[in-house]
Design a protein. Structure first.
Length: 121
């Protein structure tokens, strides 16, 4: 796992607010620098938020306990913010996967245009 590619700042706020706007989540609560809780259609859900770069289409799946993983792949063209479920990731936590593994498991996706200074400052 290439943890040196992970950004090490409080990204739950930036990604949480983007998800609220894009996916219509509500009643957001920031739990930690890497997690937030927000209300969906029926109840509140927990999200683990991560920003990283891919290397030759490989990304790292972190260890996490939240229901969902929100991942911004900052150097990917096109849809670069994706949503995966805990169940999707259970067998690959702590490992690297390629885009071919990710593609069929993506629940939601959209494009975010941002520079590292926009998100990490």
């Amino acid at each position: 796992m290439n943890q040196h590619r992970w950004k090490t700042t409080c990204h739950s706020k930036a990604l949480g607010l983007v998800c609220v706007i894009e996916w219509g989540l509500g009643d957001i609560e920031f739990l930690s620098p890497s997690s937030f809780k927000a209300k969906g259609k029926d109840r509140k859900h927990t999200f683990h938020a991560i920003i990283q770069s891919h290397y030759n289409t490989m990304v790292d799946i972190p260890q996490f306990d939240e229901e969902f993983l929100v991942m911004l792949i900052d150097n990917k063209e096109g849809d670069n913010l994706i949503l995966l479920t805990q169940n999707d990731c259970v067998d690959v936590k702590g490992t690297s996967v390629d885009f071919h593994w990710l593609a069929p498991r993506i629940k939601k996706k959209f494009h975010v245009t941002a520079t590292p200074s926009d998100i990490l400052s």
